[in-house]
Design a protein around this ligand. Structure first.
Ligand code: ASP
Length: 441
């Protein structure tokens, strides 16, 4: 009897295996880093060091490939997409809905986070001794972040500055510096402009953009073959560098935030997908898994953007909606980061015995919404903007020293939520535009 051909393992399973192995090896390396002392163990330490270096190299290479694709794919696919949208009214409608939805889900995330932190009171569970020990341990790192935050203009100025900055002085500089909001602006101007030209003139340019998008998609497909190894390579050194001993004192804080992020992933998003998007949450999460795992491993929604776009396209969302909603989301929509800023502010306030009044809580909702919009989608950016939120309600910014020990782990988790929020919004906007969401390969 003929043997049935063995089906290759789906990519998302391979990526999940890479993730599990990365965490495992990271934990083993972490153990050794702590225990190995003395000259007889220097060989082991050298081997462990080499494993970490090679992994870091592979992970960085993968992220570089993604960064290489991000700007041109947004540019070419959005030019073609904007031209496909046809008229300015439709673009305005999609833009308005996207920004309104992004803002509403961000504020909602903060409210959920605040409610959990106020109910559980994780800050009250940290003894003053543990607080001072952690604060001393991370004092210099905290000082650097606070210094970075002090160089930033006020939140409103930042927001107005971002709007003003939408128009690049030089479109080529916007592309060269990967300023995503400006790249979106350039693509929209060119795409809409093309619809106003005679077809004979615009057609070749559009064909070029479509062909370039296809080239980049093929490159992405090739790069994704590396994803399982890259996820392993990104995770192993990150986990190896974590300090599990610190987790004890901060466990309640970390669990409150993880619980809040879980509410978004398991309750809010599936409800929105089922009731508004009329799409099966199981299909959504299965298709989005590569982007989520990559967000977890890289802690960067910007680096994950090309993969997020690919997954959203596979869900059946059109090129027009994907190429507009996803890059905008990677820049301004961060539900996980906003929730983190809310929970961390309440936690630090509780630790220092500061009571937050209702107006202070409303200030947190407002400032954390704006701060998350201003947070770039790169590792560890959320903690710099957290300083701004703390200062807005009079909580000592030095308090960030206490939470820095678990920040990398929480950064990985909030980035998953940030990326998922972008994909959920893309699906809903597509539905509102009457799209059928048929799966595509
Ligand atoms: N790492 C997050 C992101 O890229 C931002 C942050 O919260 O630090 O989405």
């Amino acid at each position: 009897m003929a043997e049935s051909p063995r089906r290759p393992l789906a990519l998302h399973w391979k990526i999940l295996i890479g993730m599990a192995l990365g965490i495992l090896v990271g934990l083993v390396l972490n153990e050794h880093g702590g225990r190995i002392t003395g000259s007889e163990s220097s060989a082991v330490r050298t081997i462990a060091g080499a494993v970490v270096s090679v992994n870091k190299f592979l992970g960085d290479l993968f992220v570089s490939c993604l960064r290489f694709v991000a700007v041109p794919i947004v540019l070419f696919s959005l030019i073609a997409g904007a031209a496909g949208l046809g008229d300015l009214r439709r673009l305005g409608r999609i833009g308005g809905r996207t920004v309104a939805f992004y803002t509403a889900t961000t504020a909602m995330a903060i409210v959920i986070g605040l409610a959990l932190a106020l109910a559980v009171r994780p800050g009250a569970m940290v003894s003053p001794e543990a607080r001072d020990r952690l604060a001393a341990q991370y004092a210099s790192e905290a000082a650097t972040r606070i210094e970075q935050a002090e160089k930033l203009p006020g939140l409103l100025d930042q927001l107005l500055g971002q709007v003003l900055e939408l128009v690049p002085r030089n479109p080529f500089e916007a592309l060269a510096t990967a300023n995503m909001l400006q790249v979106i602006f350039v693509a929209l101007v060119v795409g809409i402009g093309l619809t106003m030209l005679p077809r004979a003139v615009s057609e070749p340019v559009l064909r070029l953009c479509e062909a370039m998008t296809e080239v980049l998609v093929r490159f992405m497909r090739a790069v994704m073959w590396l994803a399982p190894v890259a996820v392993f390579a990104l995770l192993a050194p990150a986990v190896a560098a974590m300090g599990p001993d610190i987790l004890g004192a901060l466990l309640a804080y970390a669990l409150v935030l993880l619980g809040g992020l879980g509410v978004l992933l398991v309750v809010e998003y599936p409800l929105l997908l089922r009731l508004v998007g009329r799409i099966s949450p199981a299909r959504f999460f299965q298709t989005l898994a590569p982007a989520q795992v990559l967000a977890f491993s890289s802690s960067s929604s910007s680096a994950t953007l090309p993969v997020t776009m690919r997954c959203v396209r596979q869900l059946g969302v059109s090129e027009e909606v994907t190429s507009f909603v996803c890059p905008l989301g990677a820049t301004i929509n961060m539900d996980g980061t906003a929730m983190y800023q809310g929970v961390a502010t309440v936690f630090i306030a509780q630790m220092y015995g500061i009571d937050l009044s209702l107006p202070a809580l409303l200030t947190i909702v407002l400032t954390a919404t704006l701060a998350s919009i201003g947070t770039p989608g790169i590792p560890g950016a959320g903690v710099v903007m957290l300083v701004v939120v703390l200062e807005s309600v009079g909580v000592p910014p030095e308090g960030i020293a206490v939470i820095l020990g678990v920040d990398r782990l929480l950064d990985m988790c909030r980035t998953v939520v940030n990326v998922t929020g972008d994909a959920v919004t893309s699906v809903l906007i597509a539905r509102w535009e009457g799209e059928r969401l048929e799966p595509t390969p």
